[in-house]
Design a protein around this ligand. Structure first.
Ligand SMILES: [Ca+2]
Length: 398
């Protein structure tokens, strides 16, 4: 039996053998000591809340499934590019099957996002047998400058797409786009392979929400979701402060997904701020332009964001890929029931967490509660040095 080099609680081996990861009850935070110099005060503040969160870990082991078959739902996006490069690298390395790539508007308008995904897949030399599907426009009428143009550039990709289109006005589009919509693909493929597919969500959750509305049994056929998004400390990255970008852009979709899906791993934006606590020369390594095509893609797509971050690299999406494919990279996980606020002057897109477990939870008898809900596994800290090594590895391999 293949063994993972993680610390497991006694008696933690499940019938699924090596394909699970159980977070030890006693959180370990001794492997890495980051230099304190330069740590943003915001980051330190988050850590103090994180200590509070540790005290509220519910009893028993927390299990995160290791993905075997994956759909990448994305909105490239500079950090999506990094995430896709990492995903295709890890899939090949670990024998994980990538079933398809679905797109959704988010960092840029849908058509630009599809183009950017095509460029990522071509650069990663993804075989044409891996389908790319066009997804949904955002709910709520979010358009134009309300996307992330201010952060990643006018094409969501550091200007790379616009340059490519200008230099190659008649070139055929890279990688095929299926005629089937992302929503129809999600519904169909989960009927063909029920209970087998993990969806790694790197974007607003519009595709999942629309699929669930179209087919109310869709959620029951998805193995689990690993979502990059949301907040657990209400320390978001949008103008609404309490919400994270992906949830803010389509809060109704996020609410819908948290209402209907029962197996969710959430990597919230606060966990991604771990980059702020790292020495600049280390955090820059995977992003510095390398001689490989993948390295150039990552560098170019992120160059505007780099300037917006005051010449510092910080990325979100790759963390969800890493956790889905290598759950042992989770440093700290808590389990709490979560709800998403779709409206509110300050709370649009905010995740409400039932810290004291006062709301009804899903019990073994699913009919025991009128509003059953299973706890969400919230990854609050990751093993960032290992992830940095993987990010570096993913751009160095041609
Ligand atoms: Ca994204």
């Amino acid at each position: 039996m293949e063994q993972t080099n993680i610390q497991q609680s006694p008696g933690a081996v499940s019938e699924d053998g090596p394909d699970i990861f159980q977070v030890p009850k006693h959180i370990i935070d001794k492997e890495h000591s980051y230099e304190e110099d330069g740590i943003h005060s915001y980051f330190r503040h988050s850590q103090s809340y994180s200590k509070y969160a540790k005290d509220t870990v519910i009893g028993g082991e927390i299990i995160i499934n290791k993905a075997k078959k994956v759909i990448l739902d994305c909105d490239p996006g500079g950090d999506d590019a990094q995430a896709l490069v990492l995903a295709f690298h890890l899939a090949k390395k670990l024998g994980i099957e990538i079933i398809g790539v679905t797109t959704v508007a988010g960092n840029a308008v849908l058509e630009q996002v599809v183009w950017n995904a095509q460029m990522c897949m071509t650069t990663c030399e993804v075989p044409l047998s891996v389908p790319l599907l066009r997804g949904e426009e955002l709910g709520g009428g979010v358009k134009g400058k309300e996307l992330a143009e201010y952060f990643y550039g006018p094409d969501g990709f550091g200007g790379t797409l616009l340059e490519y289109q200008k230099e190659n006005p008649t070139a055929p589009r890279p990688h095929l786009i299926e005629d089937e919509s992302a929503v129809d693909f999600l519904i169909r493929i989960t009927k063909e392979q029920p209970g087998e597919i993990t969806i790694i969500c790197l974007a607003p959750l519009s595709n999942l929400s629309v699929a669930q509305k179209k087919d109310p049994l869709f959620a029951t056929r998805v193995k689990d979701l690993v979502i990059l998004g949301g907040t657990y400390l209400a320390q978001g990255n949008t103008d609404y402060y309490c919400s994270e970008f992906n949830f803010f852009k389509d809060p109704e979709a996020a609410q819908h997904v948290f209402d209907d899906f029962s197996d969710i791993v959430m990597v919230p934006v606060e966990a991604c701020r771990v980059f702020r606590g790292m020495p600049k020369d280390i955090v820059e390594k995977p992003f510095i332009q390398t001689q490989t095509k993948r390295g150039k893609l990552v560098y170019d797509s992120f160059r505007v964001a780099f300037r917006n971050l005051r010449n510092h690299y910080e990325t979100n999406d790759p963390l969800a890929v890493a956790i889905a494919m290598m759950p042992e990279l989770a440093q700290e996980v808590i389990e709490k029931c979560c709800y998403v606020e779709a409206k509110g002057k300050f709370t649009k897109g905010m995740v409400f967490i039932d810290w004291h477990e006062l709301m009804p939870q899903q019990s073994k008898d699913h009919h025991a509660n009128k509003n059953p809900r299973r706890p969400v596994k919230i990854v609050t800290q990751v093993k960032i040095m290992e992830i940095m090594e993987l990010l570096m590895e993913s751009v160095l391999i041609e």
